[in-house]
Design a protein around this ligand. Structure first.
Ligand code: PDD
Length: 311
């Protein structure tokens, strides 16, 4: 069992892998990435991840260095070499290696990848903190530029929350690294997969599960002011799968920035969270979330019994 790294054609010991200083990902964040979950030695929903990678690459004009079949082969080979049946594959494609200049270089795209053991994350009393969504206008592209996500997650974590729930012009978009879902009267609301959110692979899978279960779904944004009308909240991602949320809170000092961004420059982008007010709390059972969690677990259990890449 080992963490495996891959860099431009070579499998390496992760401690031996070195990214050149002139790598565009390192200097500009000029690249895109994917994260895939491996259950019982098999990458889950890999084709959907590869399709999203294709869209991300096309969006920022990086030539796709591999065919779909080559990506599948590379990822399966990395998982095989790791010997880690429960893991996460992270991989990124950047615009390549060239002396620093903003214009696109004449360079081959650079591919790097890791496989790391991962057995899931169990959060206790998971609650989320509303924070302004200060990302650029294209979070649908899975780019390496995650500074606003990193700052929001850190601010939420310092306040004791498991995730930041981002709000843009009053509307809840998604989490800093997850998609957000709301249940009202037995029906589901989630932000449409337009330019303002990352269209999660888990989101796509859970939408299918909901439709299979006959749960009505509205792909429409919800205003944070409407949270009091909500019965259940959950988040989804490759890492957390379907994560029930027990409380949504807001920092008194940041309420103003959820509806519009004040023009004043903040001193720090890691806001002092200060006094926290609960704006939504779970009232006991979360039956719709539970049904989706069970359906998700069921589908993963079935997937585990197919032919593994790692024995
Ligand atoms: N993040 N929204 C954002 C902003 C994300 O970064 C992620 C995933 C998701 C969920 O997408 P998916 O279901 O495809 O994992 C939604 C990954 C896991 C990460 O950055 O590590």
């Amino acid at each position: 069992m080992a963490v495996v790294a891959y860099l431009n054609g070579q499998f390496l010991d992760p401690d031996a892998a070195r990214i050149p200083i002139d790598e565009r990902g390192h200097q500009f964040g000029d690249g895109v990435y994917e994260v895939v979950r491996v259950y019982s030695g098999r990458p889950f929903l890999l084709e959907w991840h590869i399709e999203r990678l294709e869209r991300s690459l096309a969006a920022i004009g990086i030539e796709n260095p591999h065919t779909r079949e080559e990506w599948v082969e590379l990822i399966n080979e990395a998982v095989r070499r790791s010997g880690e049946p429960e893991s996460l594959v992270y991989w990124q494609v950047t615009r390549g290696i060239a002396p620093r200049a903003h214009l696109f270089p004449v360079a081959k795209p650079s591919v790097s990848l890791t496989v790391r053991p991962f057995a899931g994350e169990a959060a206790v009393e998971p609650w989320v903190l509303l924070l302004p969504d200060e990302r650029w206008a294209n979070p649908w592209v899975k780019t390496l530029n995650l500074l606003p996500n990193v700052l929001a997650k850190e601010a939420a974590h310092r306040a004791g929350a498991v995730e930041a729930l981002l709000v843009r012009s009053g509307l809840i978009t998604e989490g800093s690294s997850s998609n957000a879902w709301f249940v009202r009267g037995g029906e589901i609301w989630t932000h449409p997969a337009n330019r303002y959110i990352l269209g999660g692979i888990t989101r796509r899978f859970v939408l299918d599960l909901a439709r299979d279960l006959g749960i009505p779904v509205h792909e429409e944004p919800l205003s944070w002011h409407e949270l009091e009308t909500v019965d259940e909240v959950f988040m989804t991602s490759t890492a957390v799968e379907v994560q029930p949320i027990v409380r949504v809170a807001v920092s008194a000092g940041l309420v103003g920035s959820l509806d519009t961004w004040p023009a004043d420059r903040p001193v720090s982008l890691l806001p002092e969270v200060g006094e926290i007010r609960t704006v939504w709390q779970a009232r006991g059972a979360q039956p719709v979330t539970d049904r989706l969690r069970e359906a998700f677990a069921d589908r993963v259990a079935r997937f585990r019994h197919q032919q593994p890449v790692v024995g």
